[in-house]
Write a protein that binds this ligand. Structure first.
Ligand code: ADP
Ligand code: MG
Length: 296
């Protein structure tokens, strides 16, 4: 299936959009909260019901003990967010000081996500947080660059305001370069527009010289529920935000399939080979045993 990474130049709705897509997906879906600045789902959506004993940080510890351990730990640290277990979340870091510990684990994590997508049939949504630069390139500790390299699509989340566009503009070139040099190519990059502001998709596209691949409506009530501060909307699934997120995910899946097809032509640059080590594939068997969100 599809691995999608969401990033921003400044807090714009990455976590909200990632959660909306995970909840609205028509296929099994998995949200990995990999923002090096720290996760917000634990205190927000999960309302502090998930302890620090579960989450991303523990995968770095497991990875040091071997790739097999990482795959096992990945499954152990997932939290189910629906009764069927078809939607799961890996809660993020509890402290930004934990980010350096993850640096050497990102490539192995990218591989696990690839396997979950390609062999497990999961839509994987990565919350890669706010981008940080260092000498014009992505910062190696403050940005989970290897996750962006391995994703089918990298979406820069922007709001439809001039301020948001002005900040995002500084990120497009470093992102393009990064994906050209180390990822699957600059055409993996697109925009997810949050419709909070006057700018229309074609204006955003022109300003950033990137395709606007989808847009999500500004819907404070549903967003507040997703942030753990509002009550459950009466028909969450039919809310404008989740409906649009479902449509957006469909667009992303189609775009990712087109890219994969294109990459199969000999003239195109091949996608990086991902060895599906049996121990990594073993994570699939354990997925059904994730922890259950006390709220479901
Ligand atoms: N589509 C939306 N409609 C209404 N509010 C939103 C929407 N997306 C995000 N927000 C709000 O914007 C704020 C930042 O969103 P968040 O997803 O945490 O951003 P990020 O992860 O980029 O920092 C939160 O208060 C959130 O509820
Ligand atoms: Mg966030």
């Amino acid at each position: 299936m599809t691995v999608i990474a969401l990033v921003s130049a400044k807090s714009s709705g990455v976590t909200t959009s990632a959660l909306a897509m995970t909840l609205s997906s028509t296929r099994p879906s998995l949200l990995a909260e990999c923002d090096p600045a720290g996760g917000t789902l634990r205190a927000g959506f999960f309302q502090a019901q998930i302890t620090a004993g579960t989450g991303l940080y523990h995968l770095a510890v497991a990875e040091r003990a071997g790739e097999d351990n990482l795959a096992q730990a990945f499954a152990d640290h997932l939290v189910r967010i629906d009764a069927s277990g078809n939607r799961q979340v890996l809660p993020g870091l509890t402290d930004p000081a934990q980010a350096p510990a993850l640096e050497r684990s990102w490539p192995a994590l990218a591989q696990v996500m690839r396997v979950l997508s390609d062999e497990g049939g999961y839509d994987v949504v990565i919350d890669a947080g706010r981008l940080a630069l260092e000498s014009g390139r992505l910062h190696t500790t403050l940005t989970p660059a290897p996750l962006l390299h391995g994703a089918d699509l990298v979406l820069l989340v922007v709001r439809a305001t001039d301020q948001s566009l002005a900040l995002a503009r500084h990120m497009t070139e470093p992102l393009r370069n990064e994906l050209t040099d180390r990822g699957t190519g600059a055409d993996a990059l697109g925009v997810l527009l949050i419709e909070d502001g006057p700018r229309r998709p074609h204006e955003v596209s022109e300003a950033l010289r990137l395709p606007v691949m989808a847009a999500l409506p500004w819907e404070p009530d549903t967003a507040a529920y997703l942030a753990g501060t509002g009550r459950t909307p009466r028909k969450l699934n039919k809310s404008a935000l989740l409906s649009s997120a479902r449509t957006a995910l469909g667009h992303f899946q189609a775009a990712a399939s087109r890219r994969t097809l294109h990459q199969q032509y000999p003239s195109a640059r091949p996608a990086p080979a991902v060895p599906a080590a049996p121990q990594v594939a073993g994570v699939l068997q354990r997925l059904g045993q994730g922890r259950v969100d006390p709220r479901v």
